[in-house]
Each structure stands twice: as structure tokens, then as C-alpha cells.
Design a protein around this ligand. Structure first.
Ligand SMILES: Nc1nc2c(ncn2[C@@H]2O[C@H](COP(=O)(O)OP(=O)(O)OP(=O)(O)O)[C@@H](O)[C@H]2O)c(=O)[nH]1
Ligand SMILES: [Zn+2]
Length: 212
């Protein structure tokens, strides 16, 4: 019997409630069966009192949240306002929490964004919401940085977007190389002027100074 066949054999799991919502959410039943299998694989007893809610409810709910970035329905409304000028908007210090696609472990850090409005500016909180939404899926930091930059350029019709993310990967800290370091990635859309790039760097440096 192949692994797939075993996973699809629901006869042993008939007691599981079916909570699948393929349009707006994850397949809860599959998540429950998968987490239960992992617990069994590591020698745990999934039916001991401390773990029953873990695979039946907590982790499926957590996965639902942490995969929101895969679902357009979860994308924040990027409401805009008419811009009075095209001066660069810079927002620094946005928290980032994502899951690396290699080990499904968290990486966390800070995103900095700058964009040159073209007719409209977006509500400032939406930049934070957008980073959170994009981050909630399995990613590589480099691709996440690009996706945020290109996604914002599309959403805002902005001609120039700069995104920088500095993050620490738990897959490097907790296992493997067992070393905690900072990785910095940057994405640029369009052609920011030298002055805009300098303002972006200065704003990041000020934020870094404040948090040190
Ligand atoms: N470029 C990039 N690499 C990442 C990211 N997150 C994790 N990694 C790396 O992904 C790599 C996976 O390497 P593999 O050799 O396939 O897997 P592994 O044997 O578990 O590697 P180690 O982590 O070195 O033990 C590691 O070097 C991680 O540091 C990321 O966002 N971007
Ligand atoms: Zn990893």
C-alpha cells in the first residue's frame, strides 16, 4: 500500500469531524490526520489528554491562520486616498513572521517599505496588513521580499517600490547549523532615484538605531 493510499484510508479516522472549506480555508480533516500521524511518528501518544486538542483543533486552526497568504480571500482591502503629491512614502519597522518552505519553521524579523505614489496613497495600516498577509505561507525570504514589492506595485499602481527584510531563521538557530544570524534581502520595482534610495536607507538606519 502506498503512503498516499494509507493517508486516504479514512476508515481508521471516522470519529474525526469534517471541517473542510476548500474555498476559504484549509482542509481541516487532512490537517488533523497529518498532525496525528506526525505525533505517532515521533513516538507520542496523540490520545493523551495534553495532545488531543493539539491535533484535533489547535494545529489545524494555526495552519489555517499561517496559510492565509495562499488565499486571495484573506488579502486585506488596500483602500487608497487621493495623493496630493508624489513624494516617497517610507514605512519602517513592520514586523514579519513567516514559515520557511524548507523546514516549515518560523523566521521573523522586520520589513521596511518605500513607495512613490502615483495619484493615490494607501492607508498606512494596510502596509502592515499586506506584509502580514503575504508572509502567512511557506516562503523563501528572497521571494517573499520580491512578492511584497511587486504585489504592492500592482496594488498601488506605484512606479517605484523598495522593500527590505531583515530576519532570523529558526531553521538555522534551532537545528542544522545551530547558529542565529540575520539575513537581509531587498527588492526594487521601477527606478527609484538616488535621493529616494538614500531616504529609504536613512529611514532604515534611524529605525535600527531606535531598536538597538
Ligand atoms: N535562500 C534561502 N535559504 C533558506 C531560507 N530559509 C531557509 N533556508 C536554507 O535552506 C537550506 C536548506 O538546505 P538543505 O541542504 O536542502 O537542507 P538541510 O540538510 O536541512 O540543510 P541545513 O539547514 O544546512 O541542515 C538551508 O541552507 C537553510 O539555511 C530562505 O528564506 N532563503
Ligand atoms: Zn528552514
Amino acid at each position: 500500500m502506498s503512503d498516499d493510499t494509507q493517508l486516504d484510508d479514512r476508515s481508521t479516522d471516522e470519529s474525526l469531524p469534517v471541517q473542510t472549506d476548500p474555498v476559504t480555508g484549509i482542509d481541516h480533516e487532512k490537517a488533523q490526520r497529518g498532525v496525528k500521524l506526525i505525533l505517532e511518528a515521533i513516538g507520542e501518544d496523540p490520545d493523551r489528554p495534553g495532545l488531543t486538542d493539539t491535533w484535533q483543533r489547535r494545529i489545524p486552526e494555526m495552519l489555517e491562520t499561517l496559510s492565509e497568504g495562499d488565499r486571495q480571500a484573506a488579502k486585506p482591502a488596500m483602500r487608497t486616498f487621493e495623493a496630493t503629491n508624489e513624494d516617497l512614502v517610507v514605512k519602517t519597522g513592520i514586523p514579519v513572521y513567516s514559515l520557511c518552505e524548507h523546514h516549515m519553521l518560523p523566521y521573523q524579523g522586520t520589513a521596511h517599505i518605500a513607495y512613490r505614489p502615483d495619484g493615490d496613497v494607501v492607508g498606512l495600516s494596510k502596509l502592515i496588513r499586506y506584509v502580514r498577509w503575504q508572509s502567512r505561507r511557506l516562503t523563501m525570504q528572497e521571494e517573499l521580499t520580491q512578492d511584497i514589492a511587486h504585489g504592492l506595485a500592482d496594488e498601488l499602481g506605484a512606479e517605484a517600490v523598495l522593500v527590505e527584510i531583515s530576519a532570523t531563521h529558526m531553521c538555522e538557530a534551532m537545528r542544522g547549523i545551530e547558529t542565529e544570524t540575520t539575513t537581509t534581502t531587498r527588492a526594487t520595482v521601477g527606478t527609484p532615484t538616488n535621493d529616494e534610495q538614500q531616504r529609504f536607507r536613512d529611514a532604515i538606519a534611524r529605525t535600527d538605531g531606535e531598536t538597538r
